[in-house]
Structure formats: C-alpha cells, structure tokens
Ligand binder design. Sequence first.
Ligand code: F6P
Length: 363
Amino acid sequence: MAIKRVGILTSGGDCAGLNAVIRAVYAHARGHFGWEVVGIHNGTAGLLARPVEATALDDRVLGSDMLRQGGTILGTTNKGDPFAFPQEDGSHVDRSEEVIEGVRQLQLDALIGIGGDGSIAILRRLALQGGINLVAIPKTIDNDLGATEMSIGFETAVQTATAALDHLQPTAASHSRVMVLEVMGRDAGHIALSAGIAGGADVILIPEIPYKFAAIEAKLADLRKSGRNFALVVVAEAVKTESGEAITAVHGGGAKAMHTYGGIGHYIGAELAKRSGAETRVTVLGHVQRGGTPEPKDRVLGSAFGVHAVDLIAAGKYDRMVAWNARQVIDVPILDAIKGAATVDPQGTLVKTARGLGISFGD
Ligand code: F6P
C-alpha cells in the first residue's frame, strides 16, 4: 500500500523527549518519504472529539526549538480509557468504536502512538479492533516497559532526581540531617536506583526489595559511628509501609477520581525521626521529574525512535514497537513490550553496584 498520510499521538503522562520524537517523525516522514503527518491532540481524547482534534504538521516543526522543549506539543492524557470511559454517574462505557471512527475520519494509512505500557496496550487493542496500522514508541519516566532497555523520558527524570540529591547533600551536611527524597516511578524503582547511585545516597528504598526499619536504623547508626553527620535516603513512590500498605493520593472525585502514589517519603521520614532521633526532612520531587529540558540522551533516543518508526511504516511492518537494545534501535512485537512490567531486578547489575558501594536497601 502506498502511504500518503500518517497520524501521530502522544498518550499517557508527558515526559521530556516527546517533542524530539514528533520532530524526528515529521523530518523523516515528510522530508524523506513526502508523507503528510497529522498530529492528533490529547491522545485518544482528540480522536473522541467531534470534529476530531488534529492538525497537519508543517515545516515549522523543523524550524522550532521543540527539540529543547519538555512536554508534548500535541498534548496528552493519562485518563479516559476508551474501553471503560468514565461517566458522570460513576459508571463506565465502551467508546472504542468512536475512537476508531475518529482515526477513519482522518483517513490515516498508519498511526504512530507514543506511550507507556497502559497507553500502548489500549492503542494496540484499538488497532486490532479497528484494523489500524499501528507502530508504537516507548516513553515513560518509569522505564518499566518490557522489551526495551530504555524509554524516552527516563534519563531526564534521573538527571532531575540526581540534581535534587546534589542540592540536598550540602544542606544535609550543614545541618546534620537525614534527608529523605521521594521520587516517582509508579511500580518500578528504576529512577530511585539510578539517581540514588548517581547522587551518593546512603539508603535506597524500592518496591522490588522489601525493607525493615531496623535495617535502615542500623545503616544510619553505622554512618554516625564512622563520623558522618548526615544521610541521604531515596524512596521510590511505590514503596509500601513496613506492614505492606500502599500510600496514595486521590485527585478529584467520582468516577473521574485519579489515584496516584504519593506520601511514602513523609511516612519514612517521620518513622526514621521517631526511631533514630535524627533531625529529618522530606522532599517530594513530584512532576518536576517529568518536564524540563530533555537530556541529550532523551533527544538522541527520541530521534532514533522517530526515524525507525517511520521506516517500519515504509516497510509495512505494523503491530511493532521500536526499542533500544545493545546500542541499536530495533523493533519488537508490541505484545512483548506490554505483557509484563520491567521492574528492577533485585539480582541485577545496578542493585549489585549499589550494594558494592555500601548503599543499604533496608533489607
Ligand atoms: O507514569 C509516569 C508517572 O509520572 C508516574 O511515575 C507517576 O506515578 C504518575 O505518572 C503520576 O501521574 P499524574 O501525572 O496523573 O499525577
């Protein structure tokens, strides 16, 4: 089939590097193949709207500074699963056919969906149901998509979390404090682990390794004995209380209420202060990990992913996700990427590295 028109959308939480992908897709699809590239607004929400919310991209994409910009110029959404769309009365309805009809109205020959595991799974379901030629691109600061070593946004989030530790350390040392930093990562501890190593943490708590306060206290006592007057503790947001309860925050109400992780840092900080007597402060880093200027690595990865996604369409290869593996961009069946979350391997290299450095996981 001769390709004339491809669509592109960003779905799920934003992250740094998405605009680099959009730019690369446009540059290669338009510049090399001469295709029209249609930018769909706000993920599947734009496809549900009537008229469909989308604009044909033009050369302004190349002339702009979007390579340097965080967020996504297309807008995105991480709510409103079209297969279970929330209603005002608390019920859910299946609006998938409306989304598919939206794609048909745009007369797309193929669709590039940039998302995390949840969004990509939804897009794949829509593609199978509606006969859409889908190519997926992995993005998530959580870096928990399967079948790729790296997702767009992770490097920038790690950089931000590391910078936070760099900023906390002088205050910790000046005031003889225990500083607790809560970082994002949904159900995976990748950000906490990498930033903790890079930022010189003494304790890293991640959901993949259960902890005990007694072990953290022992680590803090050892530090004190060695003459150290401060400690840095990094906690991934999905870490549970010592007895196993998740700490979450609710945003909004009714069927549209969103539950996210948030608050474990304060629990850990309060418990450590109580148990060890140390002066403790807590920083919850939150969404500053998602925006900001993309790190060069996220720009390079985004560019490589965007170009390869276009090449897949040119080759008629669909139901594939671009991925990073052993210094190369490759492509894999989408199913391989979404069949299970790629969480931290407790026996893996970085956990061993951290242990080798004397960092405690509280286990
Ligand atoms: O998946 C990305 C992520 O930033 C998670 O790390 C975090 O738990 C969640 O999204 C926050 O979602 P929201 O932007 O809806 O608060």
